[in-house]
Design a binder for this molecule. Structure first.
Ligand SMILES: [Zn+2]
Length: 77
């Protein structure tokens, strides 16, 4: 399970980009997103379930999501 910072991982609700060095930041954040996607895929191929929680998510809702994911994975096995 990961907790992703809204800024660093470009959350759809709070992604902001500093005005200075716009291109540098765009590349930097795009690389972060690509790395997240690659990490997810890598873990999923290794049989892991990946749950990513946004920094802004309500903790009890996040806990519910994890619980659901665990319940689903138990049902499959
Ligand atoms: Zn956010």
């Amino acid at each position: 399970m990961f907790v992703d910072g809204c800024f660093w991982h470009s959350c759809p609700e709070h992604a902001t980009r500093p005005a200075a060095n716009d291109t540098w930041w765009a590349e930097k954040l795009a690389k972060n997103m690509a790395r997240d996607a690659a990490t997810n895929e890598h873990l999923q191929q290794a049989g892991w379930r990946v749950v990513r929680i946004w920094e802004h998510e309500d903790p009890s809702e996040a806990a519910n999501r994890i619980l659901k994911e665990v319940t689903r994975s138990r049902a499959e096995h």
